[in-house]
Write a protein that binds this ligand. Sequence first.
Ligand code: GCO
Ligand code: MN
Ligand code: MN
Length: 386
Amino acid sequence: MYDPKPEHKFTFGLWTVGNIGRDPFGEPVRAPLSPPGIVHLLAELGAWGVNFHDNDLVPIDATPAERDRIVADFKKALDDTGLVVPMATTNLFTDPVFRDGAFTSNDPKVRAYALQKTMNAMDLGAELGAKIYVFWGGREGTETDAGKNPLDAGKWFREALNFLCEYNIDQGYDYKFALEPKPNEPRGDIYLPTVGSMLGFIATLDHPRMVGVNPEVAHEHMAGLNFMHAVAQAWDAGKLFHIDLNDQKFGRYDQDFRFGAESIKSAFYLVKFLEDVGYAGSRHFDAHAYRSADLEDVKAFARGCMRTYLILKEKAEQFNADIEIQNLLADIKANDGSMDQFLGVYSKEKVTALKAHSFDRAAMGQRGQPYEQLDQLLIELLLGIR
Ligand code: GCO
Ligand code: MN
Ligand code: MN
């Protein structure tokens, strides 16, 4: 019943189930898996697709012949399993060259190299069928603002995206770009730290229609924000091109926990939102197993991400069909139409009528809302006793 199917559009990055469990304090605990090995693993678990950074697949120092062999092996694994590659991205953060950023590095050589690397990675993604291209600027930030002016950084970032949009058009790739905000880690402060700031920035680009966002649960939670609200704003703007699902305790380091591992209620609202509006894109899990996990437990981690999503999807349907909940909601939103003469689109007539109307402010202020009742019903639904 909660078995993943292709129509659920569940995807994982090569770097997620392939995570070897290195952290700032400890060495790897799991053996690396080859990209074709990961494709077979994901297929066994029931995922629909696999995404990658250029260097998850092709090492940064591979020769052209090595690249071609690696890509051929990967394509064979995709063909054998039926997995697709909906999204690709560039690693602009691991190599020492990006220690002060990529598109926003103070060094023009690094900025030019970042463009070259991204174009090559776009070629690779297109070759494997990707239609969404993600930009996560992990190193695009500062620890001290003494050395870099955010106006320069913003201008360089904009120039880079404008350049790459033109490349996308020139090559006929038809990518949609999805910008992924994050407030910090690995930089002290990353530029354009939230979904809202990214949406504001997109409006300043030469091809704003080509560019949207890739919000991530953990990133908004790290900033202490309501993820579903951020996703709703992106959806409303027509900019929800992709989504990174995981989980995260507020106020902690970047945890990348299994989807739904931590904040069940937020995860419920998110799934309900995505399903209610009919979001048709990938449900991408950008998470990794606990460092304590072995390979069997990594599989349990990946299965758990998808299973929790599907359980919450069922809970959302139950919420929408629950008579008691829906009756409460109907009362909460009751509207007798008497205010239609004042609300909505501006007109001079409405202004005149509204100014002449007298409101019983004291009575209006007496009205409560049964959100305690409603929330308890939701909790009981989530706890499985409704
Ligand atoms: C992170 C980010 C990355 C990006 C990935 C794809 O916190 O490290 O979420 O995992 O999503 O680089 O662009
Ligand atoms: Mn992340
Ligand atoms: Mn991410």
